[in-house]
Design a protein around this ligand. Structure first.
Ligand code: FEO
Length: 135
C-alpha cells in the first residue's frame, strides 16, 4: 500500500535535492511496509537509524548549498533540520529502551514532517537557488 508517494508537487526543481527527497520517501515507505509486516524491535531500530543517517546526509547537502550561496533563511532552515534529527534519534532511543512507542505514529510523524518541510521550507529556498542557476 502506498503510504508515502512522490508526486510533482514535491519537486523543488533541483535534481540532486529531488533525488534525495525521493530516497527519503522510499525509506519512509519501507519503514511503513516493514512495520505492517512482521517486524522486530531491532528491525525498527535499524530502519530509524538509517533514516536519521540519510536525513543527516541530505540536510548537509542542502545546508552546503545554502551556505555556499549565502541563502538568508539558512539558520531557520537548519534549525528545522536539527530538530527533526533530534526527534528521530529520540524515537530510536526510546524504542531501544523498551518505552512504549507505536510504530504507526512514528511513520505518521515522518510522513507529515517531511511532506510539510518540503512543501513549505524547501520550496522557499529552492527558487533562490534556481534564480542563481543551481539545477
Ligand atoms: Fe529537504 Fe530542508 O530538507
Amino acid at each position: 500500500m502506498a503510504f508515502m508517494q512522490w508526486d510533482d508537487q514535491y519537486s523543488v526543481g533541483i535534481k540532486v535535492i529531488d533525488d534525495q527527497h525521493k530516497r527519503l520517501f522510499a525509506m519512509i515507505q519501507d519503514f511503513y511496509d516493514q512495520m505492517r509486516q512482521k517486524h522486530t524491535r531491532e528491525g525498527i531500530s535499524t530502519l530509524l537509524k538509517g533514516l536519521a543517517d540519510y536525513s543527516l546526509y541530505h540536510f548537509n547537502s542542502e545546508e552546503a548549498l545554502m551556505t555556499r550561496h549565502q541563502y538568508p533563511g539558512y539558520l531557520q532552515h537548519k534549525n528545522e533540520h536539527t530538530k527533526f534529527i533530534q526527534k528521530v534519534e529520540e524515537f530510536r532511543l526510546r524504542f531501544d529502551s523498551g518505552q512504549l512507542l507505536i510504530p504507526i505514529e512514528i511513520a505518521e510523524f515522518l510522513k507529515t514532517w517531511l511532506s510539510n518541510h518540503i512543501l513549505k521550507t524547501d520550496q522557499q529556498f529552492a527558487p533562490f537557488l534556481r534564480e542563481i542557476g543551481v539545477k
